[in-house]
Write a protein that binds this ligand. Structure first.
Ligand SMILES: [Zn+2]
Length: 238
């Protein structure tokens, strides 16, 4: 299939099409089996987050406290709003309806422009919340209130903010200083907004999402460096 050939070059952009399957009733398929495995894993994982029930007491999580939406408004200062097609995310009222306790790091397997183009395509059925360009410019494509279809696992989508990074998993030279720095400031802001610990249990790779067959951001993503930058930016934000 030509779609499969394309997927080899652009695994991440293609792979997010898994989401379309996730939002449908489960079918008997290899993908269905992967999803089943993910369910078992997340039941175990949920116990680790029990302490975060404290978040439910936050005033803005009270029933009926729907937050206002204005076209073009962004959640991260300085981000450019480039809205994704509404087919690629689901309207929600996070964190009132779903607690947000994860940031998922992706690499596009393509350019910044490629990501924005497919996120605007209603047939793609997937989008992340943000796309970070190699020069550090950031586009917000889905509001953090809403559930973006970015990691191929419905529960993880509901509880996470997804960040795509321009580039390829096997080209570490594309992970520029400017991109790491800008992305770390973005993640620090997300951690501050939702009281998410800035650690590897809460800032995860797409490849670590249960049930995924994705490899991004891959072995060349410098987690020590990235977390150090996030923690430094989180301290500054407080
Ligand atoms: Zn990904």
């Amino acid at each position: 299939m030509s779609e499969q050939n394309e997927s080899q070059a652009r695994q991440d952009l293609w792979g997010t099409r898994m989401e379309r399957e996730q939002e449908r009733p489960r079918s008997i398929s290899r993908r269905g089996l992967l999803i089943g495995g993910a369910g078992a894993a997340t039941v175990m994982g949920a116990a680790g987050y029990a302490g975060w029930d404290g978040l439910r007491r936050w005033w803005w999580r009270a029933a009926g406290s729907e937050r206002p939406r204005t076209d073009g408004v962004v959640d991260h200062a300085g981000a450019e709003w480039v809205g994704a097609s509404s087919a690629n995310w689901r309207r929600a009222q996070r964190p009132s309806d779903y607690a947000v306790d994860l940031v998922v790091i992706h690499v596009v397997q393509g350019s910044y422009g490629d990501a924005l183009r497919v996120f605007r395509d209603p047939l793609h059925k997937a989008a992340a919340h943000y796309v970070v360009r190699q020069d550090g410019h950031i586009a917000q494509t889905v509001r953090e209130l809403d559930v973006a279809f970015h990691c191929g696992n419905r529960e993880f989508n509901e509880r996470s903010v997804g960040i795509e990074h321009e580039g390829h998993v096997d080209r570490p030279e594309g992970f520029t200083d400017a991109m790491y720095a800008a992305s770390a400031r973005l993640t620090a802001g997300i951690c501050t907004r939702y009281a998410i610990p800035a650690d590897r249990a809460h800032i995860i790779a797409h490849s670590e999402v249960p049930g995924t067959d994705h490899t991004d951001p891959g072995p060349h993503w410098d987690w020590n460096r990235y977390l150090g930058l996030v923690r430094a930016a989180t301290t500054l934000a407080r």
